[in-house]
Design a protein. Sequence first.
Length: 281
Amino acid sequence: MTTDTESIWRALLDARSLDWIDRSSWCRSTPAGRVTLFGSGTWQADFTLDEEARTLLDSLAPLATAARLVVGQLGQSLDGRIATESGHSHYINGPVALKHLHRLRALVDAVVIGANTACADCPQLTVRRVTGPNPVRVVIDPRARVPARGPLFDADGDPPPVLHVIGPEASPEPAPGHVERLRLATGERGFSPAAVLAALKERGLHRILVEGGAETISRFIHAEALDRLHLLIAPLIIGSGRNGLDLPVIERLDEARRPRMRSFSLDGELLVDVDLRLSQG
Ligand SMILES: NC(=O)c1ccc[n+]([C@@H]2O[C@H](COP(=O)([O-])OP(=O)(O)OC[C@H]3O[C@@H](n4cnc5c(N)ncnc54)[C@H](OP(=O)(O)O)[C@@H]3O)[C@@H](O)[C@H]2O)c1
C-alpha cells in the first residue's frame, strides 16, 4: 500500500514541533505503515512511497528534523533570474513550486526578506497553500523605508508577528501592535547576518527561511550564514533582470564554491537542494 502525501506532510509538521537537540529519531504511523525520521535529516519507511511522497521526505526531512537551520529559497528562471528589470516576479514558478515555498514557510520559525522585496512584492509571507503554522515575518530594512501599510502591517484579524529590523538612526512610521521594531547596529556592509540570526535566536526563533531577494540571500551566503539553499527552477528564460545571486568577484574557478546538491522534479520544474555546509568530496 502507498501512503498519501497529506499523511507525510502531517508527519513532517509534527516532527518540526519536536525538540531535536537531543533526539536522534522519531517514528510516525500512517495509514500505509511506519515512517521514521532521523536527526541526520534522513528517513526510512516500512512501505512503498510514491514519488511525490519521497520527494517531500527527501527535500524536507532535513528541515523538519533540524534543531537550528538557515535555509534560503530562490524561485528562478533557467537563466538564473529571479525578477525582471522592473522587479516583477509574480510568478516565476508554477503552483507546485509555490506550494513547496509555503511548506518551507510552515517548517520554519521565521521568514526573512529584504526591504526591496517588501516594497516590490507587498508579500504576506503566510502559509496559505498548505496546512501549517505561520512563521514570524522579518523585514530587514536599515533605513525604515518600507511603508507601514500593506499585508505585513495590516492589523486585521490575528496577524502573525512582524519583526522590523531597522538601523540605529532610522525613524519608522508608527505601526500596529503585532509589529516589533528591532534596532541593530550597522557596520560597513549593513547588518551582519550573524547579528540578525543572534537577535532571532534570542526570541526563540531557530529555524529560519531567507526568502529573498537576491541581495539579502547573497549577503547571507557571503557571510557563510546559510546552511541550505532551495532553488526552484522554472522552464522560463527571462534574458535580463535581477540575477539570483550576486557575490564578490573571483578570478579562478578553483575559488568557486562547489557545494553538494540534490535535485527533484516538481511537476515540470526543478527543485535543487544545495547543502552549503558540505563540499563535493
Ligand atoms: N523569485 C524569487 O524567489 C524572489 C524572492 C524574493 C524577492 N524576489 C524579487 O527580488 C527583488 C528584490 O530583490 P533585491 O535583491 O533587489 O532586494 P532585497 O534582497 O529584497 O532587499 C535588499 C535590501 O534590503 C536591505 N538589506 C538586506 N540585507 C541587509 C543587511 N544584511 N544589512 C542591511 N540591509 C540589508 C537593504 O536595504 P537598503 O537598500 O535600505 O539598505 C537592501 O538594499 C524584487 O523584484 C522581488 O520581486 C524574487
